[in-house]
Design a protein around this ligand. Sequence first.
Ligand code: ARG
Length: 245
Amino acid sequence: MGLFTAGCGSSSTTADGGNGADKTYVVGTDASYAPFESMNGEKIEGFDMDVLSAAADAGGFKVQFQNTPWDGIFLTLKNNDRDIVASAVTITDERKKELDFSDPYFEATQMIVSKKGAELKTLAELKDKKIAVQNGTTGDEVVTKMLGKGSPNIKRFENMPLALLELKNGGVDAAVGDNGVVLEYVKNNGAGEFVTSVDSSFEKEHYGFVVKKGNTELQKKINDGLKKIKENGKLDEINKKYGFS
Ligand code: ARG
């Protein structure tokens, strides 16, 4: 289940230093993160799938996506269970110590979402409030930095839909997560019910594809593919498809 080959139409490409064999890489993704990655029946689809598949086509390699829980997703690279993680992963200095990233392919920022009538618009306003985040994300990091690691007010969930459901059900006062995912949720779950806001302290984040530390060969293949789709307009086209540009 959840195992699909993308870029099947690319058999005419030759990669791998000209030995003719297109290698298929296994890609881990937490497919509960629309519009970046989500399950459509058995199929994993989303912005990240489109971008990486296009980069693979352009770079002469193949990918198959496998649904993988966010918790421990980077360990799957260390264990060689996955070759690539494509999961709306923010490139951070901390993560770069343990992992290698492709060049950036998307810009994002954190976003606060709260209930209409009980709006919380700044990070400062979140003090002493209950906040839901996805465990181990950059959203978790900004909230933890503000409230302190041991704060009982931070509720950490294994995926973003659970964090957002907690807000909808009134179990927390706000949720913090990537803007694209928060906006998609609000759009699909009663836009009139929620208020979104970006704190002025929230930094720009950049998504990158992740490989095992030291796998510079694969990192280079991905970057070559990304460069091509940035140049030939394919990345723009995918951005348009998702309403990102
Ligand atoms: N961009 C955030 C981070 O890297 C959240 C990514 C979560 N991705 C996912 N598919 N659940 O920490």
